[in-house]
Design a protein around this ligand. Structure first.
Ligand SMILES: [Zn+2]
Length: 112
């Protein structure tokens, strides 16, 4: 499991670096042009793309945090225990999503 978590974390960090570069480029492009968002027909598309990118960045950062937490838990033996009900998380669930924090029942009742 640790190997899998480390691999996912490496992938996550690579993805985050990619998204951050893209975000930087987008910010630079926006600064370089004097485009007026409200009157530029492309302005709203750019704003939408930037929003999407910001959301992806947030998601990726959150997943990275979850993976790091899972690795820390693995190190001190708290890994694989549901943070809501304290019961063990099913191995199939951990295999599908190693950074899971809750068991399937709690995840369902929480609506995610
Ligand atoms: Zn639970």
């Amino acid at each position: 499991m640790e190997k899998q978590l480390r691999r996912l974390l490496a992938e996550n960090e690579a993805q985050l670096a990619r998204l951050e570069r893209e975000h930087e480029r987008m910010v630079e492009a926006a600064e370089g042009s004097n485009a007026d968002d409200e009157h530029d027909p492309e302005g709203s598309t750019i704003a939408f793309e930037r929003e999407q990118l910001t959301a992806a960045l947030e998601r990726t950062r959150r997943t990275g945090d979850e993976l790091r937490t899972a690795l820390a838990e693995l190190a001190d033996g708290r890994y694989g225990v549901c943070e809501r009900c304290g019961r063990p998380i099913a191995p199939e669930r951990l295999e599908a999503r190693p950074q899971s924090r809750t068991c399937i029942d709690c995840a369902r009742s929480a609506g995610n």
